[in-house]
Design a protein around this ligand. Sequence first.
Ligand SMILES: Cc1cc2nc3c(=O)[nH]c(=O)nc-3n(C[C@H](O)[C@H](O)[C@H](O)COP(=O)(O)O)c2cc1C
Length: 186
Amino acid sequence: MILEGVLTTQNVDGSTHIAAMGTVLDERWDSVVLRPYQTSQTFENLKRLGEAVFHITDDVELLVRSALGLIPEPPPLQPACCIRGRIIQDTCRWYELRVTTVDDRQPRSQIACHLVHQGWLRDFVGFCRAKHAVLEGAILASRRDLLPAGEIRREFARLSVIVEKTAGDQERRAFATLSRYIEEAK
Ligand SMILES: Cc1cc2nc3c(=O)[nH]c(=O)nc-3n(C[C@H](O)[C@H](O)[C@H](O)COP(=O)(O)O)c2cc1C
C-alpha cells in the first residue's frame, strides 16, 4: 500500500523541510520505504541525517503547499519524541522514522526505514471527495514539467467538478493554488 502524507526532515541549518511524500508500507508498518528523487532536498536531508517524521493529515492546503515548495513560514512544530526531527502540531498522526538502507542506484531512490515511535494528535476528518480530488491534483501539479499540458488540463477539468460539488473552504483554496500553479506554466 502507498500512503500519502507530509514528511519533515531537518536541513543543515537546523530548520525543518516539509514535503508531500508517499510511503510504501505494509499495514503494520513493519516495512516502510520512502522514494524521494535524488534531486530533492528531502533526499539530501534523509541521506545526511537518516531521520524523518511522516505525517498523516487531512490538511490538503498544507499538502499542496508542501508539494509545490510554497511554505514561506513553517506551521507550528514540536520536537519529535525519539529522533532529531519535528512534528507538525496540526496533524492527525505522526510516525518517527530512522533510515536503515539507502538505495540510490535510480534517480528515484528507495530509502528503507524503521518505525521508531508513533503518536496521535486528532482524528482524521473522514472521506471527502474534494480532499481526494485535491490530492490527485497535487500529484499532477508536482509532475507539471513531466506530463503533457493537455493531459493535466483534462484531469483538472474533471477534478474541478468534484471540488465544486463537495469542497469546503480549505479544499477550494488548495485547488485554487494548484490551478494557479498549472496556469503559470503556460
Ligand atoms: C501526494 C504526493 C506524493 C508525493 N510523493 C513523492 C515521492 O514519493 N517522491 C518524491 O520525490 N516526490 C514526491 N512528491 C513530490 C514532492 O512533494 C515535491 O517534489 C517536493 O517538492 C519534494 O521535493 P523537495 O524535498 O526538494 O522539497 C509527492 C507529491 C504529492 C502531492
